[in-house]
Design a protein around this ligand. Structure first.
Ligand code: PXP
Length: 237
């Protein structure tokens, strides 16, 4: 049975829309854990468009399961991670203009730089995961730089329009998971996963954790809307 990590970035996105105090990702973290999630995931972006430094520091205090910090492979970010000490750091590529993380980390092309960040984090006892495309060369490179985990980018699988295309992407994820497992790395997966497309991936036994954000927060907005309106209606009438 795979574990579920819930990415709560979008709770912070909603808060930042008014630059106010609610909804607070800390409150969301408590509810996510009460509902049985196995971990919380947040991405501290360079432009701080959603999660803030304050969120990260306080989440580290209150999260009782596991806090996975996604961040760019930069020394300035590694310094923050070393002071916060999350349970896991996931290195992701980061481009300022992107709406969300597009594509996996190019590990094979920048092994030295990534290995330096991995070593910095390892020196403080923080395990490291690399968010990569399900590509065998990237898996080998991740192993070379001594990553503890890989997180396989499931975006292409999730975006597949035809079942044949989905089959090809599923197979790529299955093969990548198999190789990563064989060389001794833990295997996580995520990006673009929904209530419809996740089930098929649970058949890949090497994947021990799914990290899901957008779809869960989007559903929460809808399943919670009726009650929220009823409560306000009662107040005004
Ligand atoms: N894993 C990583 C590394 C990510 O960057 C993201 C998006 O922030 C996710 C998982 C979650 O993706 P989604 O929000 O599409 O579920």
């Amino acid at each position: 049975m795979a574990r579920l990590g819930v990415n709560i970035d979008h709770v912070a996105t909603l808060r930042q829309a008014r630059a106010g105090k609610e909804p607070d990702p800390l409150a969301a973290a408590v509810l996510v854990e009460l509902a049985g999630a196995d971990g919380l995931v947040v991405h501290l972006r360079e432009d701080r468009r959603h999660i803030q430094d304050r969120d990260l520091a306080l989440l580290r205090e209150i999260v009782q399961t596991k806090l996975d910090l996604e961040m760019a492979a930069e020394e300035s970010m590694a310094k923050i991670a070393l002071s916060v000490k999350p349970h896991l750091v996931t290195l992701v590529p980061e481009r300022r203009q992107e709406l969300t993380t597009e594509g996996g980390l190019e590990v094979a092309g920048q092994q030295e730089r990534i290995q330096r960040i991995v070593e910095l984090l390892h020196d403080s006892g923080i395990p490291v995961s690399l968010f990569i495309e399900p590509d065998l060369n990237q898996i080998k490179a991740a192993h070379k730089v001594r990553a503890d985990f890989v997180e396989l980018h499931t975006g292409r699988y999730a975006n597949a329009r035809r079942s044949k295309e989905e089959d090809v992407e599923f197979e790529a994820i299955a093969q990548a998971a198999k190789l990563a497992y064989k060389v001794g790395m833990g295997v996580n997966a995520g990006h673009g996963l929904t209530y419809r497309n996740v089930r098929r991936l649970t058949k890949i036994f090497e994947i021990v954790e799914f990290n899901i954000g957008h779809s869960i927060i989007a559903r929460a907005v809808l399943v919670g809307l009726e009650q929220a309106v009823r409560e306000m209606k009662q107040l005004v009438s």
